[in-house]
Design a binder for this molecule. Structure first.
Ligand code: FAD
Length: 414
C-alpha cells in the first residue's frame, strides 16, 4: 500500500466527508475503516435540514429508501406541538431518517467517487515518539503496514482511541450525553415527524430524568431511544435502559407497538458535546466529528457536525499540503471556535439550566403553549438561524431565563 499524503482514520460521517472534500480538490487520500460496510452505528438515524444540506453538497441521492421528515413533534406529558422545519435561505425545509449502516456506506462510496482510496477491515494505530505522531500502523488480519502520511485526519468517533494516543482528552466541565436506542416495529413508521418527549414517566407516573425520541424510518420500523445529559442531577445513576422501558410503555398505544419487543437488543453510546475534546489539531493532524467532541448540546445531533467539521478540516489540510509548516492545521482549530464557539456557549448554559427539573418543567409547560416561542426554540436548537439572526440564540436563551424566573417555585417533596 503506497503512503498517501493524507490518511483519514475512520469511515463514519466525519471521515467520509473529510475524504470527500480532500479528494475532490485533488489530494491523495486514504480512508481507513476498522469495520466492514455495511456496519451498524448506535444512533437515532435522524438527519436535520443541516445534515441534508451537507449530503446534497456531496451529491447524495435521496432515493425512496430515505424517509423524509417534515418537522419536529415535541411532547411534554400530554402537551404536544408539531413544528415544521423553518424555511431557510441555505438549508432545505426537510430532514430525513436512514439507518446508519446504509447512510455511512453510501457517503464513504461518494468519497471514493471523488478519488479517495478506501480500505475496510483495517485499524489505524498511531505511532507516537516524544509526543509527536511519526507514523501510523495499519493493522488488518494480523498483518501490520507502517505508513508515514503527511497529515492525518482523526475521525474515529466518540471513544477516539487514536485521538487519545495523541493526547486528546475530554473536558469534564463540558456537557456530555449518554443515550440508548432500539428498533421496534410499528404500522405508523411512515409518520413524517421526528418526535421527542421531554417528560418521561415511570409506571407510577413519576418523572424520569432524560428525554426520549421516536424517529420513524418509513420501513415498518421506528428508532426509539432515550438520552441523559451530564448536567442532569444524578445523571450517573440513571439507568437509561430502565428509562427506555418506561418510555416504551408510554409509546405502546399511540405508536401501536406490538409485544415483539426490540428487533435487536438496544445499544447505548456516548455523545461528546460542545467541542469538549481537545486539542483538536497538532503539528501533523486534525480531529473532526465526535473525535473533536462536535455534537450539538441543544439536540444531540452529531452527524451534521461531523460532516461540517470534516469539510472544514479538508480546507485547512489542503492549505497545509500546499504550504507545509504554515500553521494551517492549528488555524483549523481556531476556525472551529469561530464557527461554533458562541453557539456552544449558549448551548452549554442551556443544558446546565435544564439540568434543574424545575426549569425543565416550567419551560416545557410555557413553551408548548406558545407556538412563536417554540418556533424560535426549534430554529435555535437545530441551528437553523439565518446569518442575520446570529445572536438570536442568546436572545432566545435570555427569554427562556425570564420565563423560568417568572414561573412558580418548585414544590419541595418531603
Ligand atoms: C444513541 C445515540 C443516538 C444518536 N442519534 C443521533 C441522531 O439521530 N442524529 C445525529 O445527527 N446524531 C446522533 N448521534 C450522534 C452521532 O451518532 C455521532 O455524532 C456521529 O456518528 C459522529 O460521526 P463520526 O464520524 O465523528 O464518528 P462515528 O460515526 O463514530 O464514526 C467513526 C468510525 O471510525 C471507525 N474507527 C474507529 N477507530 C478506528 C481506527 N483506529 N481505525 C479505523 N477506523 C476506526 C469506526 O468503526 C467508525 O466507523 C447519536 C449518538 C448516539 C450514541
Amino acid at each position: 500500500m503506497t503512503t498517501p499524503d493524507v490518511l483519514v482514520v475512520g469511515g463514519g460521517p466525519g471521515g467520509a466527508a473529510a475524504a470527500h472534500w480532500l479528494a475532490r480538490d485533488g489530494a491523495d487520500v486514504l480512508l481507513v475503516e476498522k469495520r466492514r460496510y455495511p456496519r451498524s452505528k448506535t444512533c437515532g438515524d435522524g438527519l436535520t435540514p443541516r445534515a441534508v444540506r451537507q449530503l446534497l453538497d456531496m451529491g447524495f441521492e435521496f432515493g425512496d429508501e430515505v424517509h423524509r421528515i417534515v418537522g419536529l413533534r415535541a411532547y411534554a406529558g400530554d402537551l404536544v406541538m408539531e413544528l415544521p422545519w423553518p424555511r431557510h435561505t441555505i438549508y432545505p425545509d426537510w430532514g430525513a431518517t436512514l439507518r446508519r449502516a446504509d447512510l455511512d456506506e453510501q457517503v464513504a462510496r461518494l468519497a471514493v467517487k471523488q478519488g479517495a482510496r478506501l480500505v475496510e477491515g483495517t485499524e489505524a494505530r498511531a505511532v507516537v515518539e516524544d509526543g509527536r505522531l511519526v507514523a501510523v500502523d495499519l493493522v488488518a488480519d494480523g498483518a501490520t503496514t507502517r505508513i508515514e502520511p503527511r497529515v492525518v485526519v482523526v475521525a474515529d468517533g466518540s471513544l477516539s482511541r487514536f485521538g487519545r494516543s495523541l493526547g486528546a482528552h475530554r473536558r469534564r466541565d463540558y456537557p456530555y450525553g449518554l443515550a440508548v436506542r432500539g428498533y421496534y416495529r410499528s404500522p405508523k413508521s411512515r409518520d413524517g415527524f421526528l418526535e421527542s418527549q421531554l417528560d418521561i414517566r415511570d409506571a407510577q407516573g413519576r418523572s424520569m430524568p432524560g428525554y426520549g425520541w421516536v424517529f420513524p424510518l418509513g420501513d415498518g420500523t421506528l428508532n426509539v431511544g432515550v438520552g441523559v445529559i451530564s448536567t442532569f442531577r444524578g445523571w450517573k445513576d440513571v439507568n437509561t435502559s430502565r428509562v427506555l422501558d418506561a418510555y416504551l410503555e408510554q409509546l405502546r398505544d399511540p405508536w401501536e407497538l406490538d409485544d415483539e419487543g426490540p428487533l435487536e437488543p438496544p445499544v447505548g453510546g456516548k455523545l461528546p458535546m460542545a467541542l469538549s475534546v481537545g486539542p483538536r489539531a497538532g503539528a501533523n493532524w486534525v480531529a473532526v466529528g465526535d473525535a473533536a467532541g462536535a455534537v450539538n448540546p441543544f439536540n444531540g445531533e452529531g452527524i451534521d457536525y461531523a460532516y461540517e467539521t470534516g469539510r472544514l478540516a479538508a480546507r485547512y489540510v489542503l492549505e497545509e499540503l500546499a504550504d507545509p509548516g504554515g500553521g494551517h492545521l492549528r488555524a483549523y482549530a481556531r476556525a472551529l471556535e469561530d464557527a461554533y464557539g458562541d453557539y456552544h456557549r449558549v448551548a452549554r448554559a442551556f443544558v446546565v439550566a435544564i439540568g434543574n427539573p424545575h426549569v425543565m418543567r416550567t419551560l416545557t409547560r410555557v413553551g408548548l403553549r406558545s407556538r412563536p416561542l417554540m418556533e424560535w426554540v426549534l430554529k435555535v436548537m437545530a441551528n437553523l438561524l439565518e446569518p442575520e439572526e446570529v445572536g438570536m440564540a442568546e436572545r432566545v436563551y435570555l427569554a427562556i431565563e425570564r420565563i423560568v424566573a417568572a414561573g412558580p417555585e418548585p414544590r419541595v417533596r418531603r
